[in-house]
Write a new protein. Sequence first.
Length: 305
Amino acid sequence: MTAIEVDSLFKSYGPVDALRGVSFRVEDGEVFALLGPNGAGKTTTLEILEGHRRRSGGRVSVLGLDPELGGRTLRERIGIVLQSAGLDGELSVHEVLALYGGCYPRALPADDVVDLVGLEGKRGARVKTLSGGQRRRLDLALALVGDPDLIFLDEPTTGFDPGARQGAWRLIEGLRSLGRTIVLSSHYMDEVQHLADRVVVLAGGRIVAGGSPDMLGGRARHDTVIRFRLPSSHDLAALPAELRELVQAHDGELVLRTADPTHVLARLCGWAVGCGIELRGLEVVGPSLEDVYLQLTEAGGDSGD
């Protein structure tokens, strides 16, 4: 089934078109990443889906409801992690969750949510005493306390240390395994690569690419980079002619860029074995999601967010 359907979505702010005919679908139970640079229309799209902003044109369905008309029925079924949330600093972590949980018909116990996001040691701590990363965990807890079917995560791990980020990833994976649908916005490409089933990239108010993280923007067709160093007894001229045509030298390191890495690597290693030499620092690196994302967004223009 489909959790979200967006068809020809437009949003204008006076003479500025923030969204220009955006269309996509989010299936039940998947992690869907919405990416784009600042000003691409990403936040506007999320706010329309959440029911916080009216669209100028197009059709939007969230859990079978128009978010402009869904009201309390929709709000009770979604959870939202905002980029920043205004909370009463004098309340404790437990008090905030109990307060917010009281707004939902099927709220999870506050103590369970505290444990779920790793704040068990801060259960009674006032919000104003929490670190940035702990505040972010509390934001995530507030999105989960209503036991939502659909969760919007807008930069959910900003301010997290590496250990906390890994914990948040495990939590998100656990929510997916329980059948929850997650819409993720993040500037961390490793996070998107690890979590997302599908990705849509916005630039200039339009979708410029979409697909799985591994295939985004024809990623599988981009050149692979092979790096290595030759021993002092051999120089560039010693390489087979077909490899010399591809190689570039950078500070003693040789770099090959190729769309046919299996053949080139086999030829290189076969030559090295035949010569009885070791290729020091041999490294094979495929195109990263960040590389492809930057290429797509740099070519996609700019717009208001």
